[in-house]
Design a protein. Sequence first.
Length: 118
Amino acid sequence: MKESITLSKPLAIDDKEIKKIDLDFGNMTGADILKIDAEMRVTNQGHVGTDNIHFNAHCAARAANMHVDDLSRLSARDYMTVIFTARNFMLGFWGMEQETEQEASEDSSGILEKPTEE
């Protein structure tokens, strides 16, 4: 459950140039989500949910092993790519394309039917 995102504009953190961000959702636990919830409550950033941009940013930062403030310094394009990747993971969209392809290849007949025209 890893995703690597190449940045369109590198980010400098502690005199180090970051050109890509690796999101590792596989190492996140329920405890991470609870910590994010607690952090968001303290800072009045709203509720925990995939429709909350702050929640998505915190999840992305946790998966990237970055501070959320550093993540917010990304270009708008890179920021949205990173947080929407986190949102899609949290919604369960991660790997759906691979599952769909696998299901199609496991079709016992091996024949894909053409839809009938009405």
